[in-house]
Design a protein around this ligand. Structure first.
Ligand SMILES: Cc1cc2nc3c(=O)[nH]c(=O)nc-3n(C[C@H](O)[C@H](O)[C@H](O)COP(=O)(O)O)c2cc1C
Length: 324
């Protein structure tokens, strides 16, 4: 019998399959169904501060231009109330770890939101830290410093583990992860997926690109988890982005992840996909005679970090040099 148990950010998981943050996890009933389908943990949909700000400014300008901070305060309380209820109800129904997720826009709100979420009973908090930088006077490194500050402030206010979910648009994720660890993060999720931009050439309008990921996108997580798990081994890692079958879980664990966070594959195929992916993981472990996840986790992490860049460049030349 294969042992699928793993630990992630100090949480004991019965297997490495985490249902990723999205509307798939926005109700306690859905979360119970994921647990019954076999999930090791769930990450609740994010509480977006930006949405609260956007909705309040929309009401203020269009309907009640004089209402000032009133709507903002009201909406914030309303959304926070709804979110803490989601945490409490999910905790009541589920026995697997329930990870809350927040995405704050301003510097001030992260800590307040995190404390309320901890009080509601969440097992951990995932900070959704993805953003793009467009300022022409941008100072290189200031975004990374800001992320480290957010993690430090939140981690100093809560006792539950803090997990950082980052985007794949960073110059050097390893240096950032090292800094996040020093500032209190217990784990990193690599990577969140940006909204995909496309253009409708008939209407000549911007529109949404492909919403759900493809298996090929896993390449980003495999590269960076393979490097990061060797460079910053005291951090736990979860792969996100393109994990769509049992092989995707195996590859992520071999690269050094402790878990995977899956979203698109579940949007496409629902609960049955979760079971199939875990069965495929077990079958692979049995074929290769691995009794537990720990027996092979990190086997394929980078062996020599100094040579990683040379390795990438030679592979690139080999591949493209041979193409006619
Ligand atoms: C419809 C949709 C909604 C999402 N909502 C959130 C969210 O609220 N918070 C978050 O951190 N990530 C969100 N994500 C990102 C996913 O959690 C996941 O990190 C990303 O889609 C990559 O994983 P995948 O390839 O398995 O889809 C969302 C993704 C999709 C497709």
């Amino acid at each position: 019998m294969s042992e699928l148990k793993t630990t992630f950010a100090g949480l004991e998981l019965k297997n490495p399959f985490i249902v990723s943050s999205s509307n798939l996890t926005n109700s306690a009933e859905k979360n119970l169904a994921w647990e019954q389908a076999g999930a090791g943990a769930i990450v609740l949909k994010s509480l977006f501060e930006e949405q609260i700000l956007w909705e309040s400014s929309h009401i203020m300008t269009e309907e009640h231009p004089d209402a000032g901070d009133y709507f903002q305060g009201y909406l914030r309380a309303h959304y926070l109330d709804e979110y803490t209820r989601l945490v409490k109800e999910s905790k009541q129904k589920c026995s697997i770890p329930v990870i809350a997720s927040i995405n704050c826009y301003t510097d001030q709100e992260w800590e307040k939101f995190a404390v309320l979420i901890q009080e509601a009973g969440a097992d951990a908090i995932e900070l959704n830290l993805m953003a793009i930088q467009t300022g022409l006077k941008y100072e290189y490194g200031s975004f990374e410093q800001k992320l480290a500050g957010i993690v430090r402030h939140v981690a100093s206010q809560v006792k539950i583990p803090v997990i950082a979910k980052i985007g794949n648009n960073l110059t050097n994720p390893l240096a950032l992860i090292n800094m996040l660890h020093a500032n209190g993060a217990k784990a990193v999720v690599m990577f969140n997926r940006f909204y995909q931009t496309d253009i409708d050439i008939e209407k000549m309008e911007y529109c949404s690109g492909q919403v759900l990921s493809e298996a090929s996108e896993l390449a980003h997580a495999l590269r960076w988890i393979g490097l990061a798990s060797a460079a910053v081994p005291c951090m736990d890692y979860a792969a996100s982005g393109g994990v769509s079958d049992g092989a995707g879980i195996v590859k992520s664990l071999l690269a050094g992840a402790s878990a995977v966070e899956v979203c698109s594959a579940l949007y496409k195929d629902g609960e049955k996909r979760l079971g199939t992916m875990l069965d495929e993981l077990k079958a692979w472990m049995e074929r290769h005679r691995f009794a537990s996840v720990n027996d092979f986790k990190g086997r394929m992490k980078a062996k020599d970090l100094e040579k990683a860049n040379i390795f990438e460049r030679t592979q690139f030349m080999k591949y493209f040099g041979g193409k006619q």
